[in-house]
Structures are given as structure tokens and as C-alpha cells.
Design a protein around this ligand. Sequence first.
Ligand SMILES: Cc1cc2nc3c(=O)[nH]c(=O)nc-3n(C[C@H](O)[C@H](O)[C@H](O)COP(=O)(O)OP(=O)(O)OC[C@H]3O[C@@H](n4cnc5c(N)ncnc54)[C@H](O)[C@@H]3O)c2cc1C
Length: 629
Amino acid sequence: MLLQATFRPPLDFFLTPVRPVFLQGCGLPAAWAGQSQWRVLETGFGLGLNFLATWLAWKNDPQRPRLLHFVSTEACPVSAADLFSKAADHPDLLPLAVQLCAQWHGLLPGLHRLAFERSQVLLTICIGDAKALLKEQSFEADTVFLSDVNSPDQARIFDPHLLKAIARCCRRGSRLAGSTATRGLTDGLTQSGFKIRQTLDLEAQPDADPAHLQAVFNPPWEPKKAAEPYQPKPRSPARCIVIGAGLAGAACAASLARRGWQVTVLDTNTGAASGASALPVGLLAPHMSPDDSLLSRMSRHGLRATWQVAKSQLLAGVDWQASGVLQRRFDASGGLPMHWPEAGEHWSRWAGFEELHALETATGSVAQSALNPETPALWHAAGGWIKPKRLVEALLATPGIRARYSVNVAGLTYTSRASQDGCWQVLDADQNCIAEAELVVLAAGFESAGLTNTGANLPLQAIRGQVAWGPVTDASVMPPFPVNGHGSFVPAFPGDDENKHWLMGATFQRGNNSTSVNAADQTAIYGRLQQLLPRTAEALKTSFDAGQTPQIQAWAGVRCVSPDRLPLVGPLNDAAQPGLYACTALGSRGLSFAVLCGELLAAWLHAEPLPIEKRLARSLLASRHHFTE
Ligand SMILES: Cc1cc2nc3c(=O)[nH]c(=O)nc-3n(C[C@H](O)[C@H](O)[C@H](O)COP(=O)(O)OP(=O)(O)OC[C@H]3O[C@@H](n4cnc5c(N)ncnc54)[C@H](O)[C@@H]3O)c2cc1C
């Protein structure tokens, strides 16, 4: 999908006084006082002033909702420089604009979730045709800003289908404000179920209340929502048990605690990140495919979500590094899509002289094969390395989470209760109740399979993997950034002993859930390194020889995958087992997927704006293997 050539307005087009027209026009901030969440829908993000002003109003309001969602459509996003230069006229908005600009990149067509204020202010920016993109959402807006009504592209703005798409995202009582009230627009809004409250023209009445257009969604008919059988019943925060303190469990716990849930995380091990998430260091890199597959798009959404947490809560250079990743290609698979737009280069592009030269300097002739015109290397500019344990610890530190370790969950039972949500009991091997809650999230990796309480196991497969890692003794043979393509090599990350280490991974053994390490895998890992980085392999040869260097370590863990290799996220069967959710099957990309999946699970649970397109979200539903439409 490529951006269509679209009208791009001049910068001075976005001059409407945003606070009186939009915020006050919708009764904000008073309207959101004491609410748990508030959802704003805007058409026409423009230079982002409405978003920044709403964010500032939220920040300054002691009565603010716990979570502010701002969903905005934009046909053609301006540059970060333009965002910044416009905000410079508003000193109070400037510090927020700086934060917005720092995340304003890689905006390919589709949805993007940007998170601020420790993920309490969530901007979902929808790039492309507003009508089509609003169909990819299923939430109810409390407030609507019609920001682009001054656009010369009036036919698009007054398109009755767009107004209907906006109405579909409203609840009875949703308030709308716009800067212009022409006859065509007010007629269209009326036909879509809005009652026009006020239409004043400032030029004609300069002293009048500057709210040009105000309306409220209150149709004389009962608004119909498209039947969505997979849409779980929205829930209010109560008690939640998350089983598993790895990446998946920690991410879900953090997303739920931020929304007011009292979360208890249970894990059979003695501490957090003891399963697959105990990997010493992992790679974050976008997945690339010529058809920009679902997995590729998911990987970019996930990367954005993980980096947001890393950059706001972890230590750069110690816990993570956005170093970029070079992907060597040994065959023609995994190239860039044919018409890869400029915005895509934020994520990945063909490797250029700079990266190949840097690699060649460190690793000799390797760059020659990376330069192979048949299978050129890729440079994942948005890639890097991160320590899973640090990410898990940061997520579990979210207020509202309590973790209990050395607790082995053997089963679940459900008790329904009149006039309130039923209750789940978590049982040990002797059928004793360990804990109880209205919501349970299965995030126990491969072990989630047998915890569903239905007799039918989740369709999960175990894939064992081993990595080798050791101290950097000769920095001159280390590549300047991680390299993947045949296994993956992280060259120099700080270990717990503060020395630099390298890590080479990983083996794949399907249907194997053993975590013991073995010598055959070390040999296989060395074979991969020889192909990926021959000179580095040569330098590490003696280290790999068994018994020669005890400082080379091995670690093995178990990945868990679903039949279609995509995560399982959401309710298992909300009708029969209300309040039983899963977040697992993160496969080999738990670092990219976990934070995003936590947010997706919370969005399903609260009928919030989705962080990704509905089509993608449905492809990940935990119930999809039983689900038929
Ligand atoms: C060799 C290898 C290399 C990898 N490299 C990368 C990489 O470079 N990049 C990347 O993104 N991903 C990588 N991964 C994948 C990543 O590690 C996983 O996707 C991720 O850790 C999965 O997280 P999880 O929370 O689903 O599972 P886990 O981390 O396994 O967590 C599950 C938790 O559930 C607990 N548990 C299980 N059963 C019970 C029970 N009955 N009661 C209570 N608690 C229970 C376990 O103790 C465990 O702590 C790699 C994985 C392996 C094995």
C-alpha cells in the first residue's frame, strides 16, 4: 500500500484557535473529570496542535482521566520539522511537541500508536483515507474534533460516507466541534445523527463565542453497531491474575495495571524472566518481506511499542541500544517491498556504503558477499539489542502489580456470580486455591497450553533454542553493530560484570521443550557464525573448542509458537469462559511483540481504540483457531 498523491496544505492553513474552538467547544476539560478514560477522535491531524493542546489540558488537570486516547486521521503527514516549527508559536506546547517529534517517524500508511506520559496519553495516528481507516477501529469516541473542515478538499470532508464513518465511532452524547459550519457540513452531520447545537461565524460576529460548530450525537434512531462476534464484553477494572512473569505476562500486567486493575503475577520460578525471557540479550529488528506481510507489519508496530518503553524506562547503552542491525541475505528471500516509500527507510532499507564499509573494516571479506547484487544486505535502521530481563523488570515495576514467585499453577475453576462478573480460582496441584480474580491472563509460554480449563489445549508448539555467549577479548573482530541473517550475532553488550560480551544465536528444535544445554548445539552455533561472520568466527575458534575456554557460556530456552506462527492475544472464549484471556505464542520475536500484545489485550478488554488495524488484531485473536464468522 502506498500513499496516494494527496493535497498537502500550506503551513499557515492550520490557524484555527484550537483551545476555544475544539476543547471548550466539546466541554473539555470539565467533561472528562473523574472518568477512567477519555477518547478523542479527530479528522485531520495537521500540525498536531489539537493533540498537543488536549494533552496539555490533560496534564494540567488534577481531575484528568487515567488514560487519554487521541485517535487522529491524516491523509498526508507533515514532517517533524513542520510540527516543531508550528508548535514554536505556542511556548506552552513546545515541550510536548519535542516529545511528539521524537516519535514522529516511520509513518507508513495505516495505524501507528505513539505513547507519552508513561503510556497514559496514547496517540493513534491513522495515515491514509480516513473513511477506510475508521473501519479499522471499533471504539466509541467521547469527543470528536472536525479539524480539517477548512481544507480546500471540501468534497472529501463533506463526503457523507466519512461523516457516517465518524458517526459509527460515536456513542449517544458524544460531542463534536469544528471550525467551520457550512450548510453542506451541517446537513451531512444531521443526516448522520448529530444534533447541531451552535453554528457561529467568527468573521461575521467577531465578538461571538468562537465555537464555530458544535454538535452532539443523538440520532432519533437507535444507532446500530456492526455485529462483531469476536468483540469481548467490555469490563471495568477489578482483580486480575497473570500466570507467567516473562515478557508476555509482564507486558499484560503493566497494560492492565495502568488501566486500574489490581494485578497479581504468579510464576513457578523464583524470580521474574526465568523462562524464555531469561535470554541474556536479544535482537530487535523489523521483519521484511516483498509483500509487506502481516508479520512484517506486526514487527514494525511491535518495535515501536518496545522502543517506547525502553527509551522511557531503561538505560540506553546498558539495557538496550538502538544500534541498527545489518541483515545478510544468503538467498533472495526477505527483501524490501518493490515500492518501499521514503517513510519506510526509518525502519529498513538496502544497506549502503557506510554500513558495509564499517562491517568490512571489522570482518574482512564479509562485506563483499553482503554486496552481492542478487541478494543485497538490508540495513534495519530501527533495529538494535535489548536485555529481556530488564524490560520485564521495568514492566513489572508499574504501580498496581504484585508478583508472587515459586507458585506453580496447576489449573483453574470458574464460578459465576449473580449480578456481577464471575470469579476465577487459580489452583495448585492439590486443587487448593492459590488466588482468585475476575480476570485471568495465561502468559505461561508453552505451559499455557494445558491451563485453559476446557480440556482442549491451546494449539502451541515448543521450539527449543540455544545460544552461546562470552566476553569480548578482541574488539577488532567484532562487527560495529549486530548482524543477522543466518542466526544472529550481538557484538558488544555490557554484561552484569560490566565487561563487554558477544552473543551468537540460535538453534531451532521443533517439538522439544528441554532447557538443558548441549555440545552439539554449540558446534551448530559455531557453524552459523562461520557463515555469518567468517573472520569473527576464526578469531573465536579456540574459544568455541570444548574445554578450552570455560568463560564461553551456553543458554537454552523454549520458544512457543501457534500453528500460523502469530501470537495468541485476547479472550479464549468470552461467552463460555468470560474473563479468561491469553497472551502467548510470541515465537522468536517476544521482544518485538510483548509490549504491543499487552496493549492489544487491554484494548480488547476495554473496547478501546486498537493499537493496530482491526484486521491485524483479529489475526492475532487467541480464539481464532475455533472462531468462524
Ligand atoms: C534461544 C532463543 C533466542 C531468542 N532470541 C530472541 C531474539 O533475539 N529476539 C526476540 O525478540 N526474541 C527472542 N527469543 C524469543 C523470546 O525469548 C520469547 O518470545 C519470549 O521470551 C517469550 O516470553 P513469554 O513471556 O511468552 O514466555 P516465558 O519468558 O517463557 O515466560 C513464561 C513464564 O511462565 C512461567 N510458568 C510456566 N508454567 C507455569 C505455571 N504452571 N505456573 C506458574 N508459572 C508458570 C514460567 O516460569 C515463565 O517464567 C528467543 C528465544 C530463545 C529460546
